[in-house]
Design a protein around this ligand. Sequence first.
Ligand code: SF4
Length: 300
Amino acid sequence: MELAEKIIRLKKARNAVILAHNYQIPDVQDIADYVGDSLGLSMQASRTKADVIVFCGVYFMAETAKILSPDKIVLIPDRKAGCPMADMITAEDLRRLKAGHRGAKTLCYVNTTAEVKAECDVCCTSGNAERIVRGAFNKDEEIIFAPDQYLAQYISKKVGREFIMWKGYCPTHLKILPEDIDRERRLHHVAEIIVHPECRSSVTDMADEVLSTEGMYRYVTETDGKEFIIGTETGILHRLRKANPDKMFYPLCERAVCPNMKLTTLEKVLWSLEDMKDEVIVPEETIAKARKSLEIMLNH
Ligand code: SF4
């Protein structure tokens, strides 16, 4: 029996749902019930009637699904799939930073561990960060924005407001350079250049659009444009091409491959369902605190 067929059978037997992040390998995206960004997937998880969620992504994403669906079993096919950016700040780091800025409010990118979310006032994604900053904080409040300095810098320019920034970054998005934009513009001069706000500022400054992965998906699907140069992890090209077979997509930088996102394979998805491993466990107290910061975001 084909691997994919075995997974589908076992998924039914376990009453499971398979969620895959936009950066997963094509085989994993194709077997998934839903493909999307981390928060979109976690929200799918909370709405599903399935008992088991197999989260094909990195660890903080599976934790977020657990926080929003504490009664479900959340499995991650490879527990070593971490996010270097999320690991650049610990809860202790954040507590120390807050202690140095008494009275400041804390805004955490969703790319953080559950413990860090539990220390935060509000969470945000790359798609809603601007709206959250404008809507969830008073004008005179100091805001600590962690952990991605590039997302923070980009939003700071958009809203005209300074943040106390943590100096984290995504090593994959940092591989995208201004010279990649120069080269790809010469090669595909009618294509629009769309980049992720995790890219360095010299790249976001040069792009035609700066969008989250879900924003990119919506934009290229809805616009009349036919050619796009995509500046984010290259895994998303599979989803964009599949949904828009009449349009052309080029990676802005072939080096932008997140090794952690590529750890999940079809075999590991199957083993995960066979052995019901690895289950993502988040302590109840952490869930309760982290959930508050996610709920404030969801209510804005
Ligand atoms: S692409 Fe960057 S932010 Fe996303 S999981 Fe990989 S390291 Fe983390």
